[in-house]
Design a protein around this ligand. Structure first.
Ligand code: MSP
Length: 519
């Protein structure tokens, strides 16, 4: 049986339209899913929407619709954008689906049975935008406003069920210390550890259902209360795998696919994923995910994106970029602009710069030069490899470095390192052409063998580049490989992602430039 790989995105709130931030995590997850499928793994890629909680209720109220109507309307915006960005998810979970709600209730019952939950009284601050309880000291530090969106915090005082979170914290600290890749990147891991060491209170995990207009999952032990939206939401990662089993068609996927290989999240929601979620799983004797990776945040044209500034890079703008360039270009630029984990700025100039230097003048130019020369000097048939010389050795070394670094880079969500290695092959090959001047050698019949070796090297280098770029740019790379007269034909990365696979005699055909330089 093939090894499995399970990757998730956060499930997105349906009070708002999708924007660049949502697309970032989702594209990153798609790249991981496509890479691991190419590597021959049995991949499961989950995304979805988070449909309960006070902010959904409020947004629905403002629009004069029911929360369910709002969710039904907005979920389509997410699904449409994912289609438009060529996102290959295997499952899309909505927290208002019966398959999820019933399983969350079963999980709560199990927590009650294990005495992990008790009834208390919640008295304190709540950040409705983040759906997060805020301690007095943090509230005071931030002038009783949300540190994330600057909206005033709300005072809550009501009976609430609590999860015995604090008793698991010593265990959690040990787990994080013993598993260096459980929380990534390392700076975030240190933040989580130091916050845990300062002490963590038990967690309020219910809200009075009537205060949410009845919109939530009722606590099975006390239906006047609803399950706190974060407990509801985090559970999606296992409910989507049919866990716990409840006798429907979703039962059974858990065994093959859990634990998740990685939960991708933004830095603002790392705490929920690395503290609440593991402790809940632990209290239920369910294995923990292998890792949680927190990426950074985008600003737009140098400014923080916010509702008040109205400067989100919206789904509409994303579509416009996709039609001006292509969706593959958008995908590439998002993962290329900054290291995954760091913050970065999205700007039209930055996009154009990357497009011109790396895609049009880099990859696109390399492919078109190579195909053109093979067409002209070898009647369009890839020549034999011959004996690589010292010049070619530089290209082969760059390709081999890519081949050996790709797996570890993907395991670490280091898309930037991976793409650096791809671009190193492109640069080495373009330099190789400039240094060896095949167009001059072509005029000298005594140089025929050397010319063969040079053009084979270029063809094979560009094939490797395209094969490794495929998870990022699935459509463009297939077109490029077609021009080289080569197709993957279902073979795994192990079989085709190494030097020397391009057969002599492959028939190249000049096609449209992959990245027309008209922008
Ligand atoms: N519903 C919760 C997640 C529950 S997961 C069990 C949620 N939803 S969200 O829609 O508000 O945000 C989803 C993701 O978008 C978060 O990971 C957040 O970091 C990300 N982003 C929101 N704005 C962003 C940027 N400006 N830049 C990058 N990512 C950003 O939180």
């Amino acid at each position: 049986m093939a090894k499995t790989y399970y990757v998730t995105t956060p499930i997105y709130y349906v009070n708002d339209a999708p924007h660049i931030g949502h697309s970032y995590t989702t594209i990153a997850a798609d790249v991981l899913a496509r890479y691991h499928r190419a590597a021959g793994l049995d991949v499961r890629f989950l995304t979805g929407t988070d449909e309960h909680g006070v902010k959904i209720v409020k947004a629905a109220g403002e629009k004069g619709v029911s929360p369910q109507q709002l969710a039904d309307e907005v979920v389509v915006h997410f699904q449409d954008l994912w289609d438009d960005l060529n996102i290959s998810y295997d499952d899309f979970i909505r927290t208002s689906q019966a398959r999820h709600e019933k399983r969350v209730q079963t999980l709560i019952t199990q927590l009650v049975d294990r005495d992990e939950i008790y009834l208390g009284e919640y008295e304190g601050w709540y950040d409705e935008g983040q759906e997060e309880f805020v301690t007095e000291s943090v509230a005071r530090e931030n002038d009783y406003k949300s540190p994330v969106n600057d909206e005033p915090l709300t005072r809550y005082g009501e009976p609430s069920y609590f999860f015995r979170l604090s008793k698991w914290i010593p265990w959690l600290i040990e787990h994080i210390e013993a598993n260096p890749t459980f929380v990534q990147p390392v700076a975030r891991r240190n933040e989580v550890l130091s916050k845990c060491r300062q002490g963590v209170d038990d967690l309020s995990i219910s809200r009075l259902l009537e205060k949410l207009g009845g919109w939530g999952i009722p606590m099975p032990n006390d239906p006047a209360h609803s399950v706190y939206v974060w407990i509801d939401a985090l559970s999606n990662y296992i409910t989507a795998l049919g866990m716990p089993p409840i006798g429907d068609e979703h039962d059974g996927a858990f065994e093959g696919h859990w634990p998740a290989d990685v939960h991708l999240v933004g830095k603002d929601i790392l705490w929920f994923h690395t503290v609440y979620w593991p402790c809940i799983l632990k209290s239920l004797d369910i294995p923990l995910p292998k890792g949680v990776f927190a990426h950074g945040w985008w600003t737009a044209e140098g400014r923080k994106m916010s509702k008040s500034l109205g400067n989100f890079v919206s789904a509409e703008q994303i579509r416009q970029i996709c039609s001006e360039y292509s969706r593959d270009v958008y995908r590439y630029v998002l993962l290329r602009t900054m290291a995954f984990g760091a913050d970065g700025d999205f700007s039209r100039n930055g996009l154009k710069g990357l497009y011109n230097t790396e895609l049009a003048n880099g990859v696109g130019n390399l492919l078109s030069r190579t195909v053109k020369m093979i067409g002209k000097y070898f009647d369009g048939a890839v020549p034999g490899a011959g004996q690589a010389d010292a010049d070619a050795a530089g290209v082969i070394a760059a390709a081999e470095d890519l081949v050996s670094s790709a797996g570890p880079a993907m395991a670490a969500c280091a898309f930037h390192t991976y793409l650096d290695k791809v671009m190193a092959v492109v640069d080495a090959t373009n330099r190789f052409i400039d240094a060896t001047e095949p167009f001059k050698l072509a005029k000298d019949p005594s140089q025929r063998q050397r010319l063969e070796m040079i053009l084979y090297t270029c063809g094979e280098a560009v094939r490797i580049v395209l094969v490794y770029l495929e998870p990022f740019m699935p459509e463009t790379t297939v077109r490029g490989l077609d021009q080289l007269g080569w197709q993957r034909q279902g073979r795994t990365l192990d079989e085709v992602g190494r030097w020397g696979v391009l057969p002599a005699g492959a028939g190249v055909n000049k096609g449209e430039g992959l990245f027309p330089r008209s922008v």
